[in-house]
Design a protein around this ligand. Structure first.
Ligand code: ADP
Ligand code: ASP
Ligand code: MG
Length: 403
């Protein structure tokens, strides 16, 4: 008998029939003698719908109330799943964030789980009950409801697995594992049987939405093995665990993309020490994260252009700050928010020379212009025009033998 944390994403609980199907998956585990804690997301689309309501009232909707609103989607699925299990004659109970409680720290919409009370639920599991917990939320030390970032039910599952000392943490979703790239976008994508935490963290941070990055980070920190699998088929999923056990035969494991970035170029700034600091200091003070930076070589030794990327959501704030700063002299500032970031990720890159060249050559063969570049030990990202995204992913997928 083992203790299992099973997390079901939005599509998996998207209709009543699917919730009943999930109840049957849990029933099977329960009948086999396993202790089950299930974590649920809101029904697919629900959180976005709620967010839209708040935006209709104000784009600056009160943050405390936003979390009260957004957390409600998971309350609905908790009750429905619990009810469905009871209909199958299984002892089951939903436990809301404040009933457990799930304690969080940090800002509304972006809190993180720090602890949970395990006693009552453990007793309930001992008494052969199934516990259903809402993902994506908690309460602050003041008792306010908080949410932990979009896609946060994954993080709830990992936190529950850690705090309850579970034997397994299974992420049930609408694809049957982690693929070499988004299988819904590029049909030749291949399923990956096992992947290291580091690679998964890079892939998900760079846009592979199948796992939430902070969930992977916590799993890596506490060495909690994860399995991503399908709610709708019984096929084997993808195991995410410590890298030492993986044999790397390929330099690249996956290709990810995101359309969250925007590129800014400050044209004709003075080419002297301190200018870059003058540009980036006010941005950092305004909590704007700068990702990639390129400074062109100055042709006249006097002025240069600096290009960098920020999150697309931060573009107007960034432009406002730069235009206001009188100590930065420049000829012009231009931006492009129709760009995408395409990345290759692979722990095998460390030991394979020429990966960078191969990526750049492949993109140039497709006539795709690289607008910015960033690298780390196991990833290489480029910014390109948004309309080239699919082409770039397909090409990279092929040349790195992932088809
Ligand atoms: P859930 O609601 O179950 O949390 P998500 O929509 O958050 O599911 O994540 C699953 C989706 O992630 C898939 O439907 C797929 O389109 C997308 N995805 C993006 N990149 C990948 C990848 N490399 N492997 C698998 N799925 C991916
Ligand atoms: N319902 C939340 C969201 O859509 C959390 C999740 O599904 O993981 O972001
Ligand atoms: Mg998700």
């Amino acid at each position: 008998m083992v203790k299992k944390v099973l997390k079901f994403g939005g599509t998996s609980v998207g209709t009543i029939a699917r919730i009943q199907h999930v109840a049957n998956i849990i029933k099977k585990e329960h009948i086999s003698g396993n202790k089950v804690i299930a974590i649920v997301s809101a029904m697919a689309g629900k959180t976005n719908e709620l967010l839209k309501y708040s935006n209709e009232i104000s784009n600056e909707f009160n943050k405390r109330e936003l979390d009260v609103l957004l957390s409600s989607g998971e309350q609905v699925t908790c009750a429905l799943l619990s009810g469905a299990l009871i209909e199958l004659n299984i002892l089951a109970k939903s436990w809301l964030n404040w009933q457990i409680p799930i304690l969080t720290e940090g800002d509304f919409s972006n809190a993180r789980i720090v602890n949970m009370n395990i006693e009552k639920i453990n007793k309930y599991l001992e008494a052969k009950g199934v516990a259903i917990i809402p993902g994506f939320q908690g309460i602050s030390k003041n008792g306010d409801i908080t949410t932990i970032g979009r896609g946060g039910s994954d993080a709830t599952a990992v936190a529950v697995a850690k705090i309850f000392n579970a034997d397994t943490c299974e992420i049930y979703t609408d694809v049957d594992g982690v693929y070499s790239t988004d299988p819904n976008k590029i049909p030749v994508a291949k399923k990956i049987d096992k992947i290291s935490y580091d690679e998964m963290l890079e892939l998900s941070s760079l846009g592979a939405k199948v796992m939430q990055p902070s969930a992977v980070q916590t799993a890596m920190m506490y060495d909690i093995p994860l399995e991503v699998k399908s709610t709708f088929t019984e096929r084997k999923g993808t195991k995410i665990f410590n890298q030492e056990n993986i044999d790397y035969t390929k330099s690249v494991t996956g290709v990810a993309y995101s359309k969250d970035d925007a590129k800014i170029t400050v044209i004709g700034v003075e080419d002297r020490p301190g200018i870059a600091a003058n540009i980036f200091e006010p941005l950092s003070k305004a909590q704007i994260n700068v990702d990639m930076v390129i400074q062109n070589i100055s042709s006249d030794q006097k002025t240069t252009d600096i290009t960098f990327t920020v999150k697309r959501d931060d573009i107007s704030k960034t432009m406002q700050i730069l235009r206001k700063k009188s100590e930065i002299n420049y000829k012009d500032i231009i931006y492009n928010d129709r760009v995408s970031k395409v990345s290759i990720v692979g722990a095998g890159m460390v030991s394979t020379p020429g990966v960078t060249y191969k990526m750049f050559r492949a993109l140039s063969d497709e006539n795709i212009n690289i607008l910015a570049i960033s690298t780390s030990e196991i990833k290489l990202s480029v910014i390109i025009e948004e309309n080239n995204t699919v082409n770039a992913i397909k090409k990279l997928h092929t040349i790195f033998d992932l088809d």
